[in-house]
Design a protein around this ligand. Sequence first.
Ligand code: NAD
Ligand code: WQD
Length: 335
Amino acid sequence: MRVLVTGGAGYIGSHTLVELLTEGHEAFVFDNLSNGHEEALSRVKQLANKDFGFVKGDIRDGEALDKAFLEFKPEAVIHFAGLKAVGESVEQPLAYYENNVAGSVELLKAMGAHDCKKIVFSSSATVYGTPQYLPLDEDHPVSPVNPYGQTKLMVENILKDWAQDGRSATALRYFNPVGAHVSGRIGEDPHDIPNNLMPYIAQVAIGKREALQIFGDDYETRDGTGERDYIHVTDLANAHIAALGTMNEAAGFSVYNVGTGQGTTVKELLAAYGETVGQELPFETVQRRSGDVASSVASPKKANEALNWSATLSVHDATSSSWNWQAQNPDGYAQ
Ligand code: NAD
Ligand code: WQD
């Protein structure tokens, strides 16, 4: 299939590109590089041993989208482009509504103008808000607690209205994506101090940060630290390809959790990373981070059954691939 990948120069987009190209699809990347890396695209080409087009453009720019659609004539879109930092979304909500919601509307308009009828969208488990029960299935009520989560839910709702008359949309609600490509050539390269746990631990392991601050050890979990469902980025990438395969004129709108079904606590993840690098990693316990929940674990049953997809990689696969990437590229994509 000919697939336009918005946000393809980012963390999840670059890993998905490798799998897409390896599976024999053709790709074209549309990314404004606000948080992505052109170097990631060069490395994807080497890993997949296949070329693809790239346009530096913004999804809020209808003309740039039009040009890209005219040039590439995609049959489907995988839509990763957007802003993703929860804290920043509280400080700058309009930037989030503009990039994530208005940008997605521009993209759907371009798809309409160029008769492109399939889209896979990066949603997030954050749409569930505070869990009322675990594991979270797709019927769990949605109630996002920050502007970032609101933008994901709004786009899901827009897609639900859009996906008719032969158009189909699949929203994938990612749990906590972690790890890197097995080669260590591509991985997560946060522009600032990492907000998320795994890239922070990676920087402690390489000596860039002194110690992990554990945000609270008084939650109702096995060891008092927050529990999450960490999904390996390569498994996540493959969920997109599985989703593309199920979309047809009658498919309409679908939503799937993408997780493993297994919870791992902060202390367990830190210990697993320590085992990978062969030494215990330093930490200090600090106050809870506002907005955090005790546990978030997926029921991936719907995706397992309907997409014939399931996670195959473990937390140890994630820590070892993350470390492989971090050790080979201590400064990320910066040469
Ligand atoms: P990322 O920041 O690495 O990738 C996003 C890419 O989109 C970047 O390359 C960035 O340059 C590009 N981009 C941003 N705004 C754009 C715009 N207006 N026009 C064109 N390009 C733009 O993030 P990621 O972790 O790869 O996340 C990809 C998607 O998955 C995002 O939509 C994110 O919200 C969603 N998601 C991520 C996580 C996570 O923890 N990483 C979890 C759930 C959902
Ligand atoms: C995981 C656990 C923290 C950092 C976020 C977004 C979510 C989604 C994924 C986009 C929690 C603890 C963390 C640190 C710590 N993104 N922690 N010290 O908060 O589950 O999800 O990323 O859609 O929307 O909210 O992920 O990696 O930040 O935290 O103790 O320095 O690690 O308290 O228990 P989170 P995270």
